[in-house]
Ligand binder design. Structure first.
Ligand code: PCA
Length: 216
């Protein structure tokens, strides 16, 4: 039986009219490295987003889950190393919720590390000419909420499934409306990056021994 990957992308948020996360995800091919790719768009709403990811896992029983969000202002595609058990919303979500200083899972551990090979994924993207780097913070908004909830769910209910979160920059279309020095990336480049990152995730059961650490 061939492998299956679930890839999610967020709806627009914070007043934007599009989210390049979903735009890149929906451009992915239907198979990568022989694995079936299931694509799902999820809402930018605390609790509802992670519930949608869970429902898609239940329905599709994937081997790999990659959730994709936007981190406007970043220069590169950034697979996330860690999700923290903490929520502190700088802006309201798409239903007006703005939770502050809360836990994602009340009695869960403080953090989970990604169980996909984030270094190998970043390396594969750079090798394909798509700028990428491992990130050590997914923030404290809906993306981190989804990442933590995903890894908690996989650890406690779906131990055979590996998962991670990944942030993409602004799309070039969005940057036309933003200050001159705002970094951005074409959506096609993001989709290419996601494709090679997913192929690397499928291929590497263990991460590669490559330093991606930061001193500060
Ligand atoms: N980015 C936000 C939430 C949805 C998205 O695409 C974040 O980084 O939390």
């Amino acid at each position: 039986m061939s492998a299956r990957m679930l890839v999610t992308g967020f709806q627009p948020f914070g007043g934007a009219t599009m989210n390049p996360a979903w735009e890149a995800v929906r451009r992915l091919p239907d198979t990568i490295g022989g694995a079936e790719v299931v694509k799902v768009e999820i809402p930018v709403v605390f609790g509802r987003a992670s519930a949608a990811v869970d429902a898609a896992i239940e329905a599709n029983r994937p081997d790999i889950v990659l959730c994709v969000g936007q981190a406007g202002g970043r220069c590169k595609i950034t697979p996330e190393f860690v999700g923290i058990n903490y929520i502190d919303a700088r802006i309201p979500d798409n239903e007006g919720n703005q939770p502050l200083a809360k836990r994602v899972v009340e009695d869960g551990p403080d953090a989970y590390f990604s169980t996909l090979p984030v270094r190998a994924m970043a390396q594969a993207m750079n090798d394909a000419g798509v700028p990428a780097a491992v990130s050590f913070t997914a923030g404290t908004y809906v993306c981190n909420d989804v990442m933590y909830a995903l890894l908690h769910s996989l650890a406690t209910r779906f131990p055979g499934t590996r998962g991670a979160f990944l942030h993409v920059p602004y799309a070039t279309e969005q940057a036309t409306q933003l200050p001159a020095d705002t970094p951005s990336m074409p959506i096609e480049t993001m989709a290419k990056g996601l494709e090679v990152a997913l192929a690397a995730a499928l291929e590497h059961m263990e991460d590669v021994a490559l330093s991606v650490g930061t001193t500060h």
